[in-house]
Design a protein around this ligand. Structure first.
Ligand code: ASP
Ligand code: MG
Length: 456
């Protein structure tokens, strides 16, 4: 058995669903279990409709549902057979009727609880999984739709629920293999339910997590994550085109890259697969012939010291300085308490005795943060910065990497440096206008020769 997960863009339209069907069909002898995301941007649109409803924009919210319903009808009808269309239509109509009732209820209550957010958000995958199961039949596959909420058991931490692994694995191992022996099993990602049967979700992007849990639960040979890029690249194509595909990468490296904005995969989602030593592969549903990126549990032997360069734009550096704190304790605690109270995550930190630099990627509460910090220190803010992060298992074993990095960019002003505590990354901050130049130089420095076993 293999698990094949198709993300939102890979099922966003009739053409995309057809591509997915052909890909699955080509793997039938490996007994695929298919996990799908909500179609296109459905989850965002459902959550926006819920927010509109509770903020007195009831009509806007209902109109959004209407257009979302039309979208589902329009994009699935061309790929579902005439015989199955009445069933598909019934699925769409009943789900949208329920959604309209939910949204009306929210408008009256004027309150959005995590539990109702989950109830609403779950409809994207509930719809897509049933519709994809029907569409695949049209391409000559016998399919069985399974409601993920009957298998993925979670705690009640709504919008970010944690799977209860032993019970979930037991259910998956019992339910899926006999079905998959005969049919292509299709289930929705992202959703689960508590022991009491209340619908939960695993957090945004949670379908990858579902794929990984299902793979671990049924002991799959491989988990394939079908998305809209060729896999992980040596540099972010939005910053610098012409990067090379990384054919194989360790879990630890993939996780580092994901923290720094490589949007391909959220690291924690593949943990269940890694724990059971099941390889995960990232593949492009528009170019299925490309072999993608394999993520494996063990470090990968590689002649290049750096595997990839990740970056994150739109960073703000906050410099905090207090001479009063010389030789005193509690300075860092006070600083972090401010960020904690203002619910703003800190990405990177560097410290000296009396000053601390921190980076944040969300300025929503910057004013408030500065005001609080000024209560006990001098504060300086630099906006429009970017983090550049070099990742590679070899960084920890290879002397002179920092030397090569900073020689390559010796005329560029570096604001903050951190040799990650994980030892396999080296990160620093430059002004955003210098970002492209920085990545260009580093890419030339570290990827002018490529280990053919690792890079394409
Ligand atoms: N549909 C969910 C989201 O957009 C889950 C996923 O696509 O992975 O976050
Ligand atoms: Mg997604």
């Amino acid at each position: 058995m293999i698990v094949m997960k198709f993300g939102g863009t890979s099922v966003e339209s009739a053409a995309a669903i057809e591509r997915a069907a052909r890909i699955v069909k080509a793997h039938l002898e490996r007994r695929p279990v298919v996990v799908v995301s909500a179609m296109g941007k459905t989850t965002n649109r459902l959550l926006a409709a819920a927010t509109d409803a509770v903020h007195g924009r009831r009509e806007q919210s209902l109109a959004a549902l209407e257009s979302l319903r039309d979208y589902h009808l329009r994009e699935t009808q061309p790929v579902i057979s005439e015989a199955d269309w009445p069933e598909a239509r019934r699925v769409i109509e009943t789900h949208f009727q329920e959604l309209v009732e939910l949204v009306r209820g929210l408008a009256v209550l004027g309150e959005l609880t995590p539990r109702s957010l989950d109830a609403i958000a779950s409809y994207g995958e509930r719809l897509s999984s049933q519709l994809v199961a029907l569409a695949f039949r049209n391409f000559g596959m016998d399919t069985a739709h399974v409601d993920a909420r009957c298998l993925i058991l979670t705690d009640a931490r709504h919008t970010q629920a944690n799977p209860l692994f032993p019970e979930t694995y037991a259910r998956l191992a019992e339910a899926i293999p006999p079905l998959a022996a005969e049919k292509v099993v299709v289930l929705g990602g992202f959703i689960g339910a508590t022991e009491k049967g209340v619908t939960t979700t695993l957090g945004r992007g949670g379908s990858d997590f579902t794929a990984s849990i299902v793979g671990a639960g049924i002991g799959a040979e491989e988990i394939q994550i079908w998305t809209d890029v060729d896999g992980m690249l040596t540099c972010d194509p939005r910053i610098l085109p012409g990067g090379h595909r990384v054919k194989i990468i360790s879990f630890a490296e993939a996780a580092e890259l994901a923290y720094f904005g490589a949007k391909v995969l959220h690291p924690s989602t593949v943990l269940p697969a890694v724990e059971k030593n099941i390889p995960v592969r990232i593949l492009n549903s528009r170019r299925p012939e490309v072999e993608g990126t394999r993520i494996v549990a063990e470090p990968v032997r590689c002649d290049n010291v750096v595997k990839a360069i990740a970056c994150k734009r739109g960073i703000t550096v906050v410099n905090v300085r207090s001479t009063r704190m010389l030789m005193a304790y509690g300075f860092l605690r006070r600083i972090f308490e401010v960020f904690d109270r203002c619910e703003t995550p800190v990405d990177m930190v560097s410290t000296s005795e009396v000053s601390v630099s921190l980076t944040i990627d969300n300025n929503a509460r910057l004013e408030e943060i500065c005001q609080e910090l000024r209560g006990f220190s001098e504060v300086e803010v630099e906006e429009n910065q970017a983090i550049v992060c070099l990742v590679g298992d070899n960084i920890r074993y290879t002397p002179g990497v920092a030397g090569r990095v900073f020689r390559a960019i010796e005329d560029i002003n570096v604001r903050m440096i951190s040799q990650g505590a994980s030892l396999l990354n080296l990160s620093f901050v430059v002004a955003e206008p210098d970002l492209v130049r920085t990545v260009e130089r580093l890419h030339a420095e570290f990827f002018s020769r490529l280990d053919p076993a690792v890079f394409d």
